[in-house]
Design a protein around this ligand. Structure first.
Ligand SMILES: O=C(O)CCC(=O)C(=O)O
Length: 176
């Protein structure tokens, strides 16, 4: 369920599953223990690379835990992910307002975000409007591609004492 203050033209572009995973702690611990993080932005990329923020990644197979998660997320997302970009956030880490580039993404697909660890806020903005969605551990959010032209989103920094969070973002990249 999305917050009630979300306008219809934003809500129509989102699908939110607050309880997508029943045991998100297990996956969080496994990823924390096994993923080798790129130290530039505390990211890790699997599958066909989605190169952004001036960073390029090598193509790597999905580790088994990510492959299982991608398979499970396919029906609610409505597309089969071939890229997983993971972000690791400390409490005071975040991501500023931006919209995702859709140029390399399959038409009709979207961006999926699976959240693990500490719950954090995702803020959508369009001009002066702001709407906040809390992403709890185990939730799945799907953002459409068309909304990226109108809306930006950000993950504001939180209190430094906030525990770590991992997001697994899924995309379907179209290869040339
Ligand atoms: O980590 C998150 O939940 C946000 C990720 C994000 O904004 C993005 O991938 O564009």
């Amino acid at each position: 369920m999305l917050p009630r203050d979300f306008p219809g033209d934003l809500a129509d572009e989102l699908r939110f599953f607050p309880v997508f995973l029943d045991a998100p702690e297990r996956l969080f611990e496994e990823l924390l223990a096994t993923v080798v993080w790129d130290t530039r932005l505390r990211t890790a990329s699997f599958g066909i690379p989605y190169n952004y923020s001036g960073l390029t990644y090598p193509e790597l197979p999905f580790p088994p835990a990510i492959a299982t998660l991608a398979e499970r997320a396919t029906p609610p997302l409505g597309f089969l992910p071939n890229n997983a970009l993971l972000n690791l956030y400390a409490g005071d880490g975040g991501m500023g307002f931006h919209s995702d580039s859709s140029a390399a993404l399959a038409s009709g697909s979207g961006v999926g975000i699976v959240s693990l660890g500490a719950a954090r806020e995702l803020v959508f903005r369009r001009s002066v409007e702001r709407y906040t969605l809390v992403l709890p551990a185990g939730s799945l959010l799907r953002m459409s591609l068309p909304m990226q032209a109108t809306w930006q989103h950000a993950l504001p920094a939180a209190d430094p004492t906030t525990a770590a969070r991992i997001s697994v973002t899924f995309r379907r990249i179209v290869s040339d």
